[in-house]
Design a protein around this ligand. Structure first.
Ligand SMILES: [Zn+2]
Length: 79
């Protein structure tokens, strides 16, 4: 994970500004279920605020979020 900080962050595809490594929080929601994750290292554009999560982390994150949302849906059906 620390390897990310040694890499040069990418250029924002929206406004061509050099992004910066920052720790961000993400929130996903589906129906009434909300998943919040904090402490994510991402490249953030200081100009337009666009956030870029490095590829491997983005894949792991989306899988984890999907699984959590599935659990939420199951609990709702059971209730
Ligand atoms: Zn930008």
């Amino acid at each position: 994970m620390m390897d990310n900080f040694t890499k040069q962050p990418r250029i924002c595809t929206e406004c061509k500004t050099q992004t910066q490594w920052k720790t961000i929080s993400l929130a996903y929601s589906q129906d009434k279920i909300e998943v919040k994750i904090s402490g994510i290292t991402a490249m953030v554009c200081p100009n337009c605020g666009e956030e870029y999560i490095p590829g491997p982390q983005a894949i792991t994150l989306s899988k984890a979020v999907d699984e959590i949302l599935q659990i939420g849906l199951m609990e709702k059906i059971a209730a």
